[in-house]
Write a protein that binds this ligand. Structure first.
Ligand SMILES: *Cc1c(COP(=O)(O)O)cnc(C)c1O
Length: 365
């Protein structure tokens, strides 16, 4: 067996310790005589797994008691519709467009009401985040939506919009659990788990209780499709129907790993900052590879860069893959390269990548 350094933007690497535990428990979970994959979601064993996963998410992310935590299928993309369906009570919402996913979220929300794009960083190809204090927010907006970390462009919010009486909703798919977060600044945080936590196929939403039980203007709560109604699903502890049991279990294992092996998100942040620094310091030390993001807004998770031309990018990705550094090709919208260095990417993966980049530069400059 030879595991590679996988720089995929998602699905992405999982901690080896977690994979080994999942492997060890695959045939029989505890003394149940069954795999988690075979088990009734109503069984006491699985109910305990789900409760433990939620409790760990609450501890790891320091989620206050007046927030609910739920597990949803349909990925983060389904959340793009669930957010307006459940929260767009005034028929209006403010969206900051800072990349591909926030653009998709805004387009989806426009199906259910009036979306105001209050800021857009497309003018500089999404290489920066607009100043959130200089934005004129609509007083009548039901909520303000941001994508906290822009997976494709490699940018991240440093400060977030805070408007009295208007909840902030954030897509944190590609930065969740990379560092501590002040949940109280948000009305809703949602994330697909396949970037920084678990396998693909599930989203988690953390929602302040006072936002529940409502619906988009023009709809009653009963008219929201059942599986897209946060309140219905949360009232059933995410088990209105059969949930993604395997993913809930895997999410629990990763939360346990973050708590017990890493020692919490403050430690995770230190590790991630050190990893990102190695790569950005290298990028800043030479001119062959270029990262074009405004420094202040550089993502700690997704590091984008280009070589002198697209043919060289191709050559780089091919040679890197042969050397065991896979999935470095940038998103088709941006080209170039992208190294996603999520929580589970070991430091030596980044150290060795930088060494490989320098060797490549010397050979090709
Ligand atoms: C990957 C990603 C999505 C899409 O997630 P799916 O689970 O594939 O729907 C949405 N937002 C962000 C920020 C992402 O990184």
């Amino acid at each position: 067996m030879a595991r590679v350094y996988n720089f995929s933007a998602g699905p992405s690497m999982l901690p080896e310790k977690v994979l080994k535990q999942a492997q060890a428990e695959l045939m029989e979970y505890g003394t149940s005589g069954q795999s988690i994959m075979e088990m009734s979601h109503r069984s006491p064993e699985f109910m305990a797994v789900a409760a433990d996963t939620e409790a760990r998410i609450r501890r790891v992310l320091n989620v206050p008691d007046n927030y609910k935590v739920g597990f949803f299928q349909g990925g983060a993309t389904q959340q793009f519709a669930m957010v307006p369906l459940n929260f767009m009570t005034t028929g209006k919402a403010d969206y900051l467009v800072t990349g591909n996913f926030s653009n998709l979220a805004a387009k989806e929300a426009a199906k259910f009401g009036q979306v105001n794009i209050v800021a857009n960083s497309k003018d500089k190809n999404f290489t920066y985040i607009p100043d959130v204090h200089a934005i004129e927010y609509d007083k009548d907006a039901s909520y303000i939506h941001i994508c906290q970390n822009n997976t494709i462009f490699g940018t991240t919010f440093v400060d977030v919009p805070q408007v009295e009486g208007i909840p902030l909703v954030a897509d944190m798919s590609s930065c969740i659990c990379s560092k501590p977060v002040d949940v109280t600044r948000y009305g809703c945080i949602y994330f697909g788990v396949q970037k920084n936590i678990a396998p693909a196929g599930m989203a988690v939403a953390i929602i302040r209780e006072d936002l529940l039980g409502k619906s988009a203007k023009g709809l009653t709560p009963e008219q929201i499709p059942t599986m897209m109604n946060y309140t219905t699903i949360l009232n059933k502890d995410s088990m209105y129907n059969t949930p993604n049991c395997w993913n809930i279990y895997m999410t629990g294992l990763v939360m346990k790993y973050l708590e017990e092996d890493i020692g919490g998100l403050a430690n995770m942040q230190k590790i991630n900052e050190a990893k990102a620094k190695v790569l950005y310091d290298y990028l800043d030390s030479q001119t062959f590879f270029v990262n074009s993001v405004e420094h202040k807004y550089r993502s700690m998770m997704n590091v984008t860069f280009t070589s002198p031309n697209p043919d060289m990018d191709k050559k780089f990705c091919a040679e890197a893959a042969k050397a065991g550094f896979v999935n470095l090709k940038g998103h088709r919208l941006v080209g170039g390269m992208r190294a996603s260095i999520y929580n589970a990417m070991p430091s030596e993966g980044v150290d060795k990548l930088v060494q490989f980049m320098e060797d490549f530069r010397k050979a090709n400059a």
